[in-house]
Every structure is written in C-alpha cells, then in structure tokens.
Design a protein around this ligand. Structure first.
Ligand SMILES: Nc1ncnc2c1ncn2[C@@H]1O[C@H](COP(=O)(O)OP(=O)(O)O)[C@@H](O)[C@H]1O
Ligand SMILES: O=C(OP(=O)(O)O)[C@H](O)COP(=O)(O)O
Length: 401
C-alpha cells in the first residue's frame, strides 16, 4: 500500500480552548555547547504552532532528539526553548518529563494560546517500542492530535503512530501536508517532462528509489559514488572508485529497465578523479572510460555537468536525492554545486524543484540556494521511504481527509 496523500488537516472549529498534542521533529544538530547549528526543522514547525495558538488552542509539543538510551542530559530538548520562543514570539514553557503528574499540572495551567514543550519522548524506551500504555499516557494529556513530524513519519513510535489511536481528530500539520503534496503529489502527478537526479554514495541504498522513479520519470540522471558500479557493469575500468561488486547485475538490469520504459537514463561521461580519498588529494578530469589504476572518481566532470544541465533545461519537474560527488571536499564539490545552481535557475523559470532530503539538502544549503527551491524536505529517511513508494506509519495513522 502506498502512503496516502490526502489526510485530514487542521480546522479552526476544533481548536479554541482545546489541548492539542503536536508531534514535531525538533531533532536538530547541536554543537558541544548545545547551540543549534541548523534550525531548519524548528522554523519548519512554526506555521502549524502559530496557527493553533492563533485560534486559542493549548499546544503541547512533543519531539525526540537524538537516539538516547534512557534519560540523557545531552539529549534534553531544553536548548530548543529560546529559539522556539523567539520564533513564536511567546514564552514557551518546558516540562522535565513527557508524562506524569508534573506534566499534567503544567498542561492544566496552560492558557489558551500557550505552548508547552515536553521533554524528549525517547527518554522512555516505550516510545520506540510503540507501547500502547505509554501512547495512552501521552494521549491523556490532550484532546486532539496533530502530527507535523515528517522527518519521523517513517517510525511507528508511540508519539508518531500509537497516540493517534486514542485522540480524535488525528490530523496532519501544515509541514506534513506540504511534504506529502510535493513528495507524493508532485511526484505521482508531475508536470512533464519529469526528471530525477539520484546520487549519493552507494547504489544499494538507492535501489528502491531508482526503481520507483523509473516508473514515473522521463529522464534519470545518475551521479555520486554509485555510478562506478554502473561503469563496471558495462565493462569499464574504474580504478579504485567505490564499487559494489554484488550489485553489478542489478546495475545492468536497471539500465535495461530504463531502456524498456523509454526513460532517458544518463550516466556522467567524464569524472574528476583523485589519488586518495582526501580533501588535499591530487585531482584531474578524465573520460569515464579512462580512469587509471589507483585513482578514484569523486565527482562528475564539466562535460557531464553541461549534458545534465541541458537535459534539465527541457523539464518541468525535477526531484533530486543525493550529491553528485564528495561535496564535503571543496575540490570535488563542483558537480553538486552546479546541479544546485541549475535547479535554482530552473525554479526561477517556474519549474517545480524538489530536494528529497539528506545530503542534497545540506549541499543546497551550503550553496546558499535553499530558498530558491520549490520544496526542500525536512526528512532524510522519511523522504527516501516515500520516494520508494512505502507507506509512512505516521501518516497512515491519521484520519482520512
Ligand atoms: N564518488 C563518490 N565516492 C564516494 N563517496 C561519494 C561519491 N559521491 C558522493 N559520495 C558521498 O555520498 C554521501 C551521501 O550519500 P547518501 O547518504 O547516499 O546521500 P543522501 O544523504 O543524500 O541520501 C556523501 O557523504 C558523499 O561524500
Ligand atoms: O533526523 C531524522 O532522520 P533523518 O536523519 O533520516 O532525516 C529524524 O528525526 C528521525 O530520527 P531517527 O532516524 O533517529 O528515527
């Protein structure tokens, strides 16, 4: 079963004076001093919270942070409070727990339009076990459930799935709805021509996405470490580039499948190679068919950038998942940066551009182009699963529209 796209959404009549349990994904990176180093997910959670408080709801926010085993101070959600308060323009209260008497008292004291952030829900092992008794305890705090935690929607946990069974209505927040509109809606019913760009390190982690996209796209551009498995499958020498020997047959069958479906699948024709996997490696650009022994491909080359850009010029919808090269090293970031720039340019011409989570989002942000794209997903794993056509438990649990 594919994930449904049409889920119930917020209605103002449900809200005044109601206690609303809102699952958000505040799993943000923190530095050693517990400063937030990327607040994208905090900002993305704001529209739903503002809407709820604006209609007089009492908002109970729940999230996880990291993967703690039991109560772990460095995974406390307390460092999130100042930024959340600043973005919402009100003083957000924080609880020391996510269930129990103290939390109940804080909820009882919440004014209409007030916001209480519960402590990390993963401090209880029952969260990840989706324990029904734990889900009931969370549900007992509220009247209504809103899931806006797209980044965690692929997890069937108590706060993302279990709790929805005990609260009515159980609906999607605006971020969740937007993610589904783009990653399911725009992808299943795209303006054509529709192109996908898939990169990243290994073909094995992207098989599901490539197979699923081959059913939908007109053009498929491949980059990143996975291309060397395709080259090797075609009999080319790949030097010491990343290759998955057990995926050579699969690479051949994906190429055949693309052909049979009439999908224009393009592999890079030139690559930037390095004499070691390091930022200060010696590098040069060679044709894809002339990678010398002892050298490894770490980026797509200028001819490939040109060919890919021209192929993208003719499209109306583009989805991108996975960098074109080892963009963390400046010498091998050009391919990824060029694709980011191309998509930003296309967005300006009305093309729908969707960045499907993970490292491609980091690359777009690094290039300062995030606000140019039609949609940047806040979920890595969740967006991959959606693009593979898998149902997301956090979405399935919600009421139908
Ligand atoms: N040619 C390459 N050789 C080795 N690693 C690569 C190559 N191209 C890209 N990568 C690496 O792939 C990683 C991202 O892969 P992946 O996790 O599959 O992507 P995403 O997070 O976008 O889903 C990046 O760390 C990048 O350095
Ligand atoms: O950061 C997240 O996932 P992501 O890194 O795949 O985007 C989510 O908050 C889910 O976290 P989890 O993978 O610990 O369940």
């Amino acid at each position: 079963m594919a994930t449904k796209r049409s889920v119930g959404t917020l209605k103002e009549g449900d809200l005044k004076g109601k206690r609303v349990f809102v699952r958000v994904d505040l799993n943000v990176p923190l530095d050693d001093n517990l400063n937030i180093t990327d607040d994208t997910r905090v900002r993305a959670a704001v529209p739903t919270i503002k809407y709820l408080t604006g209609y007089g709801a009492k908002v109970i926010l729940s999230s996880h942070l990291g993967r703690p085993k039991g109560v772990t101070p460095k995974y406390s959600l307390k460092p999130l409070v100042p930024r959340l308060s600043q973005l919402l323009g009100i003083e957000v209260k924080i609880a020391n727990d996510c269930i129990g008497e103290e939390v109940e008292k804080l909820v009882a004291g919440l004014p209409e339009g007030g916001v209480l952030l519960l402590e990390n829900v993963r401090f209880y092992k029952e969260e990840e076990k989706n324990d029904p008794e734990f889900a009931k305890k969370l549900a007992s705090l509220a009247d209504v459930y809103v899931n806006d935690a797209f980044g965690t929607a692929h997890r069937a946990h108590a706060s993302t799935e279990g709790v929805a069974k005990y609260l009515k209505p159980a609906v999607a927040g605006f971020l969740m709805q937007k993610e589904l509109d783009y990653l399911v809606g725009a992808v299943s019913n795209p303006k054509r021509p529709f192109a996908a760009i898939v990169g990243g390190s290994k073909v094995s982690s992207k098989i599901g996405v490539i197979e699923s996209l081959l059913e939908k796209v007109n053009v498929l551009l491949l980059g990143g470490g996975m291309i060397f498995t395709f080259y090797k499958a075609q009999g080319l020498s790949v030097g010491s580039s990343l290759v998955e020997e057990d995926k050579l047959d699969l690479a051949t069958s994906l190429l055949e499948k693309a052909k049979a479906k009439g999908v224009s699948l393009l592999l890079p024709t030139d690559v930037v190679i390095a004499d070691k996997f390091a930022a200060d490696a010696n590098s040069k650009t060679v044709s894809a068919s002339s990678i010398p022994d002892g050298w490894m491909g770490l980026d797509i080359g200028p001819d490939s950038i040109k060919t890919f850009s021209e192929a993208l010029d003719a499209t109306q919808t583009v989805i991108w998942n996975g960098p074109m090269g080892v963009f963390e090293f400046e010498k091998f970031a050009a391919g990824t940066e060029a694709i980011a720039k191309k998509l930003a340019e296309l967005s300006g011409k009305g093309v729908t551009t969707i960045i499907g989570g993970g490292d491609s989002v980091a690359a777009v942000e690094k290039a300062g182009l995030a606000d140019k794209m039609s949609h940047i997903s806040t979920g890595g794993g969740a967006s991959l699963e959606l693009l593979e056509g898998k149902p997301l438990p956090g979405v399935l649990a919600l009421n139908d529209a």
